[in-house]
Design a protein around this ligand. Structure first.
Ligand code: API
Length: 286
């Protein structure tokens, strides 16, 4: 159906799903910003655009509210997998999805009356090699390096899970600190493609609490790829077991990391609404 959309969330990290073959407008940066605007649009932490794939069962492009494109989104992939399952586009239980950050496999692990409630996504491998993240760092891996900001220094550890992440360990999580320094870290020249930022407080070898500043989206209530990034850094530093729970303001995700740094993430997903974009939504910017 023309301009049909579904809005769903994974632990309060919300996305709008559109199908490239069904929209009758150009999804420009301005259109993305408008659709994601909480007042002039539907409001969302991003857009998941269903696109054809020659390599996987399905393809998706992940678009941030600022109009930039992301290589991977953990909550986004769980939401997209739910959409494919619930609207009977995919044959359960397991199917592959091509993203700009590589191929992933998704599996609906819990459903009620044909509606997926929980999804497991194989997120691919954690990559610590500095140039592949990318991060400007003189060492092959950016672990416990010092990042100099205007008024503060941080000890950071960086990793890619398809998209880039900067993890900061702390014994006191502070939303104000995340919202003040998150944007400064996100756009620091150390990160050629900008970066997602996480402040993480280790609670036990199997539990960590995280606050997130997302590249291109800002403060979000949860982030799947951030959870994978924090878990990978903690395991690398010997601070956590390879099976752990990541606790975020929006809820918890279960992360499993194997010996080759292959990451599996499992968590809840819920649909919020579905419908059709109004013709008036974009008329002043097309
Ligand atoms: N803003 C992120 C993409 C979305 C990540 C997050 N929503 C997730 O669940 O992984 C980036 O530019 O890499």
């Amino acid at each position: 159906m023309k301009n049909f959309f579904v809005k769903s969330h994974g632990l309060g990290n919300d996305y709008i799903i559109l199908n490239q073959s069904e929209i009758d407008f150009d999804l420009t940066e301005k259109a993305i910003q408008r659709i994601c605007d909480v007042h002039y649009g539907i409001g969302s932490d991003g857009i998941l655009l269903k696109v054809p794939s020659l390599k996987a069962n399905f393809g998706v492009r992940i678009l941030n509210p600022d109009g930039s494109e992301a290589e991977k989104s953990g909550n986004g992939l769980r939401i997209f997998a739910k959409y494919l399952h619930d609207y009977k586009i995919a044959k359960p239980p397991v199917f592959t999805i091509e993203t700009a950050g590589g191929l992933v496999q998704a599996e609906v692990t819990e459903e009620i009356n044909g509606k997926a409630q929980s999804v497991k996504v194989d997120m691919g491998n954690a990559i610590f090699n500095s140039p592949e993240i990318p991060v400007n760092c003189q060492n092959p891996e950016c672990i416990d390096e010092t990042l100099h900001l205007e008024y503060k220094d941080y000890k950071v550890s960086c990793v890619s899970v398809g998209n880039p992440h900067c993890v900061i360990l702390t014994d006191k999580l502070d939303e104000k600190e995340v919202k003040t320094f998150g944007p400064q870290i996100e756009t620091n020249p150390m990160f050629p493609n900008r970066i997602n930022v996480q402040f993480a407080k280790v609670l036990s070898p199997t539990e960590v609490e995280v606050m997130i500043w997302e590249r291109g989206a800002g403060w979000t209530l949860a982030s799947g790829s951030s959870s994978c990034a924090v878990a990978s850094v903690l395991v690398k530093k010997g601070l956590a077991q390879p099976n752990l729970t990541v606790k975020m303001p929006g809820g918890n995700l279960k992360i499993e990391i194997d010996r080759s740094w292959y990451i599996r993430m499992t968590g809840a997903v819920r649909e919020i609404a579905n419908g059709t974009l109004s013709n008036e939504l974009l008329e002043d910017i097309q």
